[in-house]
Design a protein around this ligand. Structure first.
Ligand code: P6P
Length: 343
């Protein structure tokens, strides 16, 4: 062994140590390594920007009714191709695909289900703002040879791994396998992710909130009351001034919160009353909720723990309040008080 300073811990070494400690299986270790390699390929494509011929719309739409960016489609393809031969998956599901996709018979299959938002925040791509990949790993139910959408419908607490890769000034992979939340930075020269922050912790208190204020007139009463009190600052009932940030890339807003605290909110609003919220439970709220909880934060719909929800549809949407534990509890308190008064 070299006598020099302790060597940097690569993602590969971290995962082997977790496997040796009995906290993850060899198959899960290898699945995460495949996803990380796919994220490295996406990072390379994203960083080319206009030079890569990958900006702008793909001219197609997804099941969400959203116009797909070229990079949405490319990122989705990269993740599917990387996992086809991985041998650790039984099926994949994606924001960009109407239904889940079993690993074809011609390819090796494994015991996990992988869900992902291949390029979250892609509306920011054309203005060069950070975007990211969000992923969630579930176990394929025993005895299911060819999983369908219904086999993905497991509560967020069943996740065996969750993470995101943020493509910003640096590319970072933030990961949990249920033993804390850890950050790895891509060393482009080595082509490897290096552990740069072990055990991220979200401060319980915060003075920073993230929300799209343009929707304020569409929110329900407890949401109006909660934000009004935030804006009242130290003269108001909260007794302190708050700052606001909104990047409109969930990965970037959540990464800031994991790094320095805050509360991220995308509540239900009356703009489209039939929708429970904007963000998707299975491949946005659940993985982000697990990462945040593992870092000492909280994740709620405003009324229920996100990770305890029993999913009913692959692309279902939920209201999202996540981040600093005491601030999420404060927001939930406004909703609870409203519901009690209305009962
Ligand atoms: P709005 C991106 O489209 C996304 O799904 C999240 O990444 C982000 O937090 C949210 O939508 C932004 O929504 O309504 O502010 O554009």
């Amino acid at each position: 062994m070299p006598a020099s300073a302790p060597s940097a811990v690569s993602l590969s070494r971290y995962l082997i140590e977790e496997q040796r400690a009995g906290r993850i299986s060899a198959d899960l270790r290898q699945l995460i390594a495949v996803v990380a390699r796919a994220c490295t390929s996406i990072s390379i494509a994203v960083s080319k920007g206009a030079l890569g011929g990958v900006l702008g719309d793909a001219g197609t739409g997804n099941v969400q009714g959203e116009a797909q960016k070229k990079l949405d489609v490319l990122s989705n393809d990269i993740l599917l191709e990387a996992n086809a031969w991985g041998g650790h998956l039984a099926a994949c599901a994606s924001e960009e695909m109407d239904h889940s996709q079993p690993i074809p018979d011609a390819y090796p299959r494994g015991g996990f289900l992988l869900l992902f938002d291949p390029l979250d925040g892609s509306s920011n791509i054309d203005v060069n703002v950070s975007v990211g990949t969000i992923f969630s790993v579930l176990r394929c139910p025993d005895g299911v040879a060819t999983p369908g959408d219904e086999h993905f419908l497991q509560p967020g607490r069943e996740q065996v791994a969750a993470g995101y890769c943020i493509y910003g000034p640096s590319t970072m992979l933030v990961l949990t396998t249920g033993n804390g939340t850890h950050a790895f930075t891509l060393d482009r020269e080595q082509g490897a992710f290096v552990l740069t922050q072990r055990d991220m912790r979200i401060p319980e208190e915060t003075k920073e909130f993230a929300i799209n204020m343009s929707n304020q007139r569409h929110w329900e009463a407890p949401m109006q009351a909660y934000v009004t009190d935030l804006l009242a600052g130290r003269e108001g009932p909260r007794g302190k001034d708050f700052n606001m940030r909104w990047i409109a890339s969930m990965v970037a807003d959540v990464h800031r919160i994991l790094t320095r605290g805050g509360i991220f909110i995308y509540p239900w609003d009356r703009k489209d009353p039939g929708k429970a919220g904007k963000l998707r439970l299975m491949y946005e709220a659940n993985p982000m909720g697990l990462l945040v909880e593992q870092a000492g934060g909280a994740a709620s719909t405003g009324r229920e723990d996100i990770l305890s929800l029993r999913p009913t549809q692959l692309h279902q949407r939920v209201p999202v309040f996540l981040g600093s534990k005491k601030e999420v509890e404060a927001a939930v308190g406004y909703h609870r008080a409203h519901d009690t008064a209305a009962a």
